[in-house]
Design a protein around this ligand. Structure first.
Ligand code: KG4
Ligand code: ZN
Length: 337
């Protein structure tokens, strides 16, 4: 079964054709990232305009590289939540139009479920597993009981891990996105140079909180500026990255022990982080747990992951009609649309 996936929740306009949820026939991504760098973050209005300009060409290219036409497609899967509303609407409306014109089923896909599905691509991974989903907008620990059955175990109370890395990177005057820059520069830094205490969430053992850590790093920079002291950015970046990764791994480890997880999966943009990957490997080895990451090219936003999840949603009978809307926020365990 061939699924055409469409993704436009942030600044990537993407389309892909994936066979049976695991075999990628094409994966096209156009991004407006370079334009946003100027402003140190994604400007929603610019992102929406670029989606509207690119979507038609991106979808045509995805079909052509997969050597097919829309007639060969079994269903059209589209990200409908969560994300920037103006951006999401471009993808949803395009997918609705295409589904209606070609008489194909329309499958709504939750963006974070798509990130989880990036781990099914080119491999045999099957639920059940414990998953850490870490992106620019979300940080969750979830139990994936089945492809479409997800239970939230913990989530961030404030900033997402990627958001904290991006804001810290900005305060360190590193290029956007800060997460990518921090990962790179940390390789030359001493991760023990600065100590950051781990935030506690008093009423939950699995929930995260990153806004305090973000403020702490900004304070270090301001204090040094006021005293005209020089800080080695690589040391500060490495120490901050270590604090974020330690927090992520600590609660993931606790959740895996308490739930008796045999498999752990990491997904979302931050899953590309080299420190997170190596610490997760150590932790899983210690407990004899199997670990999966997406291939680096599927960590960030892409449509192959949406087509993959779309396949499993479609098998479960998830199909929308032309009244489908886009939503800026939506819980990952929501099953209605
Ligand atoms: O999943 P994603 O592409 O978009 C959202 O759904 O938000 O995630 C983007 C986030 C950004 O915060 C970016 O800084 C972070 O992923 N990111 C990284 C790395 N690559 C991307 N963070 C740390 N290390 C990386 N190598
Ligand atoms: Zn994403």
């Amino acid at each position: 079964m061939k699924i055409l996936g469409i993704e436009s929740s942030c600044d990537e306009t993407a389309a892909a054709v994936v066979e049976n949820g695991r075999k990628v026939l094409s994966n096209i991504i156009a991004t407006s990232l370079e334009e946003h760098k100027l402003y140190g973050g994604v400007v929603p209005e610019i992102a929406s305009r670029r989606h509207a300009e690119s979507i038609s060409g991106v979808v045509s290219e995805a079909l052509s590289q997969a050597n097919c036409t829309v007639d060969d497609i079994d269903a059209i899967a589209v990200t409908y939540a969560p994300g920037l509303i103006g951006s999401l609407l471009v993808g949803v409306n395009f997918a609705k139009g295409l589904a209606l014109a070609s008489n194909k089923p329309l499958v709504p896909v939750h963006h974070l479920r798509g990130h989880i599905a990036s781990n099914y691509i080119d491999c045999e991974l099957e639920p059940e597993f414990l998953c850490l989903v870490v992106s620019g907008g979300h940080s969750h620990i979830v139990s994936v009981k089945d492809y479409t059955e997800i239970e939230v175990i913990g989530k961030t109370r404030d900033d997402a891990a990627g958001e904290a890395l991006d804001k810290a990177g900005r305060a360190m005057k590193l290029a956007y996105p800060g997460g990518v820059s921090i990962d790179k520069i940390s390789k030359e830094g001493n991760e023990n140079a600065f100590q950051f205490s781990h935030p506690k969430v008093s009423d939950s053992i699995y929930d995260y909180s990153f806004s305090g850590l973000k403020t702490a790093v900004i304070n270090v920079i301001h204090n040094a500026e006021q005293k005209a002291e020089e800080i080695k950015t690589a040391d500060l970046a490495a120490s901050f990255q270590r604090a974020v990764v330690d927090c992520l791994i600590e609660k993931l480890e606790l959740a895996s022990i308490n739930t008796g997880a045999k498999k752990i999966v990491i997904a979302g943009g931050v899953s590309a982080n080299s420190k997170l990957r190596s610490e997760a490997e150590k932790m899983c080895k210690k407990h004899g747990i199997t670990l999966s990451f997406p291939q680096l090219k599927y960590c960030g936003d892409n449509a192959a992951m949406i087509a993959s999840q779309g396949y499993f949603e479609y098998l479960k009978g998830v199909v929308a009609d032309e009244s489908l809307n886009a939503y800026a926020t939506m819980n990952i365990d929501t099953t209605s649309f």
